[in-house]
Design a protein around this ligand. Structure first.
Ligand SMILES: *[C@@H]1O[C@H](CO)[C@@H](O)[C@H](O)[C@H]1NC(C)=O
Ligand SMILES: *[C@@H]1O[C@H](CO)[C@@H](O)[C@H](O)[C@H]1NC(C)=O
Ligand SMILES: *[C@@H]1O[C@H](CO)[C@@H](O)[C@H](O)[C@H]1NC(C)=O
Ligand SMILES: *[C@@H]1O[C@H](CO)[C@@H](O)[C@H](O)[C@H]1NC(C)=O
Length: 370
């Protein structure tokens, strides 16, 4: 697939050259990923009350009806079901993820948890995936409606970062959707390992089951420069809203070549843009995909719009459309970042069209940067 390789090359070539290194960590902090709070009774005002090199937590974790709405600085997020999830995005319009990674706030599809609510119509496609090891939302979104600058290639948010305080600082994530929770929607488990890629009008938010044996690897946070397609290989399609079950993906960065299981080593940003990758990620098998009208999924969004496909049609699935995209932003650093993404459909004809639009998108991104 030389065309695909070309688009990957171009996308990655748009990664930033410059990066401001994060200062060394203060070992006196408890890493965010080691802090455990029960929901809702154990939630503190702020999970990260420290004042460090990156300053203080900008928002709060104790969120309620008085904080809910467009000015919310709630930093407690949820990934529950296809209709009930959040992403991290900036508090102020026209921000890049790279510039605001420490400050992102929760933008959600459901009212009632003290967060901002994603504007109706912003989400144009969605795949919710439930696997033995994780829940994952991959979506298409008009990112300007959640305060991300139009051309921002974005980056990765995760609970680690160079100083272990997380991005956003103090950001907490909960779910009621893991098998280990027994299907009880009123009981929330804290998610210890998660990653959220935002940018290029796409996103992936994966939460790994804390009861799973491989959570840290499946929600690996060190491949922050290679984007959605490599960290969340998926068959999501713009214009389709669906909920699926599937197999676990190979952990990000892990691939098999000539019968050997190999782990990719992401080069440091000091070596410049990543211009090639030695593998194409494998999209895990999926089944029981059920499609929805977006209006059926998103009853709480600010105003009603309808898009997407007909309601409740079961489809088989497997490989098909793929979402490609790359994003760059070392977590814990204040690098700006750029990349691009696109959705490509099954079949050679649509693939070519999609690739052309990818190249156009990348060139536009390069022009924007230079
Ligand atoms: C609601 O949340 C705000 C912000 O965290 C907090 O200051 C306030 O005490 C909370 N109110 C209640 C009743 O918990
Ligand atoms: C967003 O910010 C950029 C860079 O500061 C600026 O050029 C652009 O006009 C802004 N766009 C909007 C919609 O405010
Ligand atoms: C939990 O909520 C989801 C939607 O968010 C719903 O589809 C499911 O039926 C609920 N489960 C129970 C046991 O009520
Ligand atoms: C998704 O589809 C919408 C509506 O057609 C379009 O405006 C948007 O640019 C598409 N997003 C991506 C990332 O291709």
């Amino acid at each position: 697939m030389s065309y695909l390789a070309l688009s990957t090359f171009l996308a990655l070539a748009a990664a930033p050259l410059g990066v401001v290194a994060q200062s060394a960590t203060s070992s006196s902090f408890t890493p965010l990923a080691s802090k455990h709070f029960s929901y809702p009774s154990g939630i503190p005002y702020q999970a990260d009350p420290d004042d460090g090199v990156r300053g203080t937590q900008q928002g709060y974790n104790l969120c309620n009806s008085t904080t809910e709405g467009p000015n919310s600085l709630c930093q407690t997020a949820f990934i529950n079901h296809a209709d009930d999830w959040c992403v991290w995005a900036p508090p102020i319009p026209n921000s890049t993820i790279g510039d605001t990674e420490g400050e992102e706030v929760a933008w959600c599809t459901k009212k009632g948890r003290g967060t901002r609510i994603i504007p109706a119509g912003a989400i144009t496609g969605l795949q919710f995936m439930k696997t033995p090891g994780y829940l994952q939302i991959v979506g298409f979104i008009d990112q300007t409606q959640i305060n991300i600058a139009a051309d921002d290639g974005g980056g990765e948010l995760d609970p680690h970062g160079a100083d272990l305080r997380g991005n956003p600082l103090g950001g907490l994530v909960y779910s009621n959707g893991f098998p280990s929770n027994g299907g009880n929607n009123n009981s929330f488990q804290q998610v210890i390992e998660w990653h959220n890629f935002m940018g290029s009008d796409q996103f992936c938010f994966k939460v790994c089951d804390p009861a799973g044996s491989n959570a840290a690897n499946l929600c690996q946070h060190i491949f922050d420069r290679i984007g959605v397609a490599y960290n969340c290989p998926n068959a999501a399609q713009n214009g389709t809203f669906e909920s699926c079950e599937g197999d676990n993906q190979d952990p990000p960065g892990v691939y098999t070549t000539n019968g050997q299981v190999v782990t990719y080593s992401q080069p440091p940003e000091s070596l410049g843009p990543i211009t090639s990758l030695p593998y194409t990620p494998k999209i895990p098998a999926s089944s029981n995909c059920v499609q929805f009208a977006s209006s059926a999924l998103f009853t709480d969004l600010a105003s009603t719009t309808t898009s997407g496909s007909g309601s409740a049609t079961a489809t088989g699935s497997g490989a098909g459309a793929t979402s490609t995209g790359a994003s760059a932003s070392r977590s814990g650093s204040s690098s700006s970042s750029a990349a691009t993404g696109s959705s490509s459909n099954n079949g050679a004809a649509t693939m070519c069209i999609s690739i052309l639009s990818t190249i156009g998108g990348v060139l536009a991104a390069v022009a924007f940067l230079s």
